[in-house]
Design a protein around this ligand. Structure first.
Ligand code: X2X
Length: 331
């Protein structure tokens, strides 16, 4: 080979290597709500931390509204478990068909506030569910927050279970079907991606979701007149990675990715709680009737939903529920 062309070949090889080094590896992250939500902000934070921690070698592309699973929010966990999606950010409820134990978080009135939530999720309860998820190939890196789910509807203010009689309500998962039946309502399971139009077209009268993470940023107030702050069910989200992607990382990268996930979810929890605190006023300003309940009124809902609490405690496993209750009872 002539000297000149050898030199050219060397330059070419070096250039190719450099461009490989410069190109970030991009993973796909799926979540199932809009890009205006705190879920999206948490996912963006994760991406930012991932890029910083890897000197721009790793990043995620975020796919909102369950687009990677054709609008099916429940399928995300299954596809992650089958290594077909790299990362998911989703709510525990969406995983209950695959892992019934995940329903523990959203048992009606298990938690009476954020303090109880934090004790269980950061305690033995959270660890236990992480282990169970691992058996299904779902590697949970960090817990975030959807929040306490509140009831909205377009027909009338709801103060007591009687007001819910015959009302058609969109729900996300199987346990809520039972809960709303206990309350005399007419629940229907509908994908979140289809819920806005279902409400708009009057297919259902109401729905339930957290104020800060979903109701305000997805502008439910445009199509719902009333909201009842009954705090009946808590819903965490989690950021998980597929086993295939996780195993492709060396130990240092795994630590960096896990730390980025934790920091991103801490941030996501903080902004969700802030938006929930501020959001009630926003809903009033937007013309919604906001029903706040006293302890006695809340207790009426609690009593009525006891049959589904008991049914789902058995499905989840009494021992698992006990771990959560013990966490909650610690000082
Ligand atoms: O579908 C819902 O209601 C949502 C967005 O809260 C969940 O992912 C469970």
């Amino acid at each position: 080979m002539a000297k000149g062309s050898a030199k050219l070949a060397t330059i070419a090889v070096v250039t190719v290597c450099m461009s490989f080094a410069a190109q970030a590896k991009t993973y796909r992250l799926s979540h199932n709500v809009s890009n205006t939500t705190t879920w999206q902000q948490g996912a963006e934070k994760f991406n930012q931390l991932l890029q910083e921690g890897s000197n721009d070698k790793l990043k995620v592309r975020i796919f909102p509204n369950s687009v990677l699973t054709g609008g099916d929010q429940i399928k995300q966990a299954e596809m992650l478990g089958a290594n077909k999606i790299d990362f998911i950010l989703t709510s525990a409820i969406n995983v209950t068909p695959l892992i019934p134990e995940m329903a523990v978080f959203s048992l009606p009135y298990l938690f009476d506030g954020y303090q109880a939530v934090d004790k269980a999720i950061q305690g033995e309860g959270g660890k236990l569910i992480e282990q169970i998820a691992l058996e299904k190939n779902i590697i949970i890196l960090a817990w975030g927050e959807n929040g306490f789910r509140e009831l909205t509807n377009s027909t009338k203010p709801v103060y007591s279970p009687d007001d819910l009689k015959g009302m058609s309500v969109r729900v996300a998962g199987p346990m809520y079907i039972d809960v709303f039946k206990d309350l005399g309502a007419n629940p229907q399971q509908i994908q979140w991606a289809e819920t806005f139009s279902a409400l708009q077209q009057g297919v259902v009268d109401g729905q339930e979701n957290p104020v800060g993470a979903i109701i305000v940023p997805q502008r439910l107030y445009e199509i719902q007149k009333n909201i009842t702050l009954w705090h009946y069910s808590y819903d965490p989200i989690f950021l998980a990675v597929s086993r295939k992607v996780w195993n492709s990382f060396d130990a240092d990268t795994q630590t960096m990715v896990a730390d980025a996930a934790k920091e991103a979810m801490e941030y996501q929890i903080a902004i969700s709680r802030q938006m929930t605190a501020d959001g009630v006023q926003t809903l009033k300003d937007e013309g919604m009737t906001v029903v706040e309940l006293d302890a006695k009124q809340i207790d009426e809902f609690r009593q009525k939903t006891l049959p589904s609490f008991n049914k789902w405690r058995d499905l989840v496993g009494t021992d698992i529920v006990k771990v959560f209750e013990d966490d909650i009872a610690t000082n």
